[in-house]
Ligand binder design. Structure first.
Ligand code: ADP
Ligand code: MG
Length: 305
């Protein structure tokens, strides 16, 4: 089966397309809505590095889309469509069937469509998804707007995916394999949050990016970290380590004034929020345990480390 037949069988869904022109021509065509900026990002998943080779292909398909929609959400943008660049060592129809189904399932869940891509043969299974979204010009929530006095908040629970990785077969493995991009929350935070990032490399490291970009510091209250009841059965130190250094949660971490936080709570939210700290003028990240300084060692995920 040739490249075109793979595209046609697994990736061209003629009906559901959010673009003016999708899969099948030299480029896809989109009409930018008036006064909107394009938010665009890409993420690569490499077999054996980002997921074990034997991972369920459906989960790989889901996650390759979800991690990108999470980046679009973290800007406050509305996801619109994706492109898929796929490098395959060989043609494995069972794998392609599961993978494409997972990818389309995630697209359908969040109202985006696959509008193009590239398919090549290569010794390594590599998946690069590019996601596109729209946001009113000038309204994107960046990493650089945190102000002293702002609250530091996080959605959902953190450390679940890392717990799932350490306990394969446990129900929390679902959080590792099928992350939920916080697409609605991201858009609700537009105009309210002062800065935002999605938690992919561990909360402490990702919050650190906000602090660096904003030229501020933060205090975090360890006892407030939102931890899943299953992970909360571990000893305290381990829980905090997972919550602060575990990657792959794809929750949103944001800073917001208390006034805007009250406005946010007036909206219908589809995920719990937790206030975990405050932004300070003093640089660096300080950990408090019930108000008392606490030094805790952690490291987030770093490529090439
Ligand atoms: P070209 O040679 O003009 O670059 P291709 O032969 O690579 O075009 O692709 C043909 C069409 O199929 C294009 O519209 C392209 O966007 C689309 N396409 C290729 N691979 C994929 C894929 N994995 N998923 C979705 N669309 C794809
Ligand atoms: Mg061409």
């Amino acid at each position: 089966m040739a490249e075109f037949s793979i595209i046609d069988t697994y990736f061209n869904r003629r009906n559901a397309c959010s673009a003016d022109l999708g899969v099948g021509d030299d480029s896809a065509l989109l009409t930018p809505p008036p006064q909107q900026q394009l938010a665009i990002c890409a993420d690569t998943l490499v077999a054996g590095r980002h997921f074990p080779l034997e991972t369920d292909p459906h989960a790989i398909g889901w996650k390759s889309v979800a991690v990108n929609l999470s980046d679009i959400a973290a800007m406050g943008a509305k996801p619109h469509s994706i492109l898929l660049a796929l490098s395959l060592p060989q043609i494995d129809h069972d794998w392609l069937k599961g993978f494409s189904q997972g990818l389309h399932d995630c697209c359908d869940q969040f109202g985006v469509s696959l509008i193009g891509g590239d398919t090549t043969q290569s010794p390594h299974l590599t998946i690069t998804v590019t996601a596109l979204g729209w946001i009113e010009a000038g309204k994107a929530v960046t990493r650089s707007g945190a102000q002293p006095g702002d609250l530091v908040c996080v959605s959902g629970t953190v450390g679940d995916a890392a717990f799932g990785l350490q306990h394969l077969g446990h129900p929390l493995q679902k959080r590792l394999d099928y992350p939920t991009p916080r697409c609605l929350l991201g858009q609700q935070l537009k105009g309210l949050a002062s800065s935002m990032i999605d938690v992919s490399d561990g909360l402490a490291q990702d919050l650190g990016h906000i602090l660096d970009a904003s030229g501020v510091g933060a205090v975090l209250h360890l006892e407030k970290l939102p931890i899943d009841p299953e992970a909360a059965k571990l000893e305290q130190e381990k829980q905090w380590h997972l919550a602060l250094a575990g990657g792959d949660d794809y929750e949103l971490c944001f800073t917001i004034s208390s006034q805007n936080y009250q406005k946010l709570l007036q909206q219908q939210l589809d995920v719990n929020l937790t206030i975990i700290g405050e932004i300070t003028q003093n640089l660096g990240l300080t950990f408090l345990q019930n108000g008392v300084n606490c030094s805790i060692q952690f490291q987030g995920y770093q490529h090439f480390a």
